[in-house]
Design a binder for this molecule. Structure first.
Ligand SMILES: [Zn+2]
Length: 291
């Protein structure tokens, strides 16, 4: 394994809940009265937050579905995917399929490339990582836990309720009996700070990887985060604040980060104007001319 380091691209911004958001916690009956499904809270502050693993999991799942649906196009671009067969490999419950195996995650299934070289050429695994019994391809992205923004922490300090209890009624199909349960949700409008760090390890990959990350974020906006998405929970929007390249020289204290002007730009416009916005980054992370 020969991993290189060319720098880190650090993306920061806000995740805004457009509808109520429920990221479930382990239930602790002694603490919560009347709520069947509480939201997860930061134990040090008691405030709701979004674990980075939840964001990353949903980004991966959303992007993986797109990759499966546009496989023919992708096979031309990534020759290693030639044997990748979405129909047989990705179907739920089929765990073993040649170069890939399917792994059960909280909500559904993901595929994991079996060996290092397959993962390296897979648009999903090389971005989000592939870890299983036989492979370990470390993820190129780190998604930090998303805590409330200062504004929303201040609202909490002033005594505002940041969560609500919502009663959902499930009907038992056999007995027709209504079975009401109380879900705790973070209220619509709440904002969290997010941070995603991408490790630049390959000068040929980073542009595609970053565009794929934005695509995954866009797909997640049209899907949901957390539980009860089919009931309308968990619609979120990503709002960009900053994106910068931190080079090796930056970490040695010899250079400033290279800033990409993305503030409050839409995902579409960033992808559309990618070459222009990333022009300075591209000069730094360019593939050396062949000798
Ligand atoms: Zn893969």
């Amino acid at each position: 394994m020969d991993r290189k380091f060319y720098g880190k691209l650090v993306v920061k911004g806000k995740i805004k809940a457009l509808t109520g958001l429920h990221i479930g916690a382990q239930r602790d009956i002694s603490e919560i009265g009347g709520i069947d499904n509480p939201v997860i809270r930061d134990p040090s502050t008691g405030l709701p937050y979004i674990p980075g693993s939840s964001i990353k999991g949903r980004l991966r799942a959303s992007f993986e579905i797109l990759v499966n649906s546009t496989l023919d196009e992708l096979k031309n671009k990534y020759p290693s995917l030639a044997n990748y067969n979405a129909g047989s490999c990705m179907s739920e419950g089929k765990e073993n399929c040649g170069k890939f195996f399917n792994k059960r995650v909280t909500r559904g299934w993901i595929h994991v490339c079996r060996d290092y070289n397959t993962a390296l050429n897979c648009p999903v695994c090389r971005l989000f990582g592939a870890s299983g019994d036989e492979t370990n391809f470390p993820s190129r992205i780190i998604v930090r836990d998303a805590f409330l923004t200062e504004e929303w922490k201040e609202r909490w300090r002033r005594g505002e309720d940041l969560t609500e209890a919502k009663i959902e009624v499930a009907i038992d199909r056999v007995t027709s009996q209504a079975n009401p349960r109380t879900n705790e949700r973070v209220i619509a409008g709440t904002e969290f700070d997010f941070e995603i760090i991408y490790n630049v390890e390959d000068l040929k990959h980073w542009q595609d990887d970053i565009k794929n990350l934005f695509t995954a974020m866009k797909l997640l906006e049209d899907s949901y985060l957390g539980g009860s998405g089919s009931r309308g929970y968990g619609k979120v929007r990503f709002i960009f604040d900053s994106l910068e390249l931190r080079t090796k020289e930056y970490y040695k204290g010899e250079a400033e980060p290279i800033k990409v002007p993305v503030k409050e730009k839409s995902m579409e416009s960033i992808v559309k104007d990618f070459d222009e916005l990333f022009s300075e980054v591209k000069k730094t992370l360019k593939i050396p001319e062949a000798q």
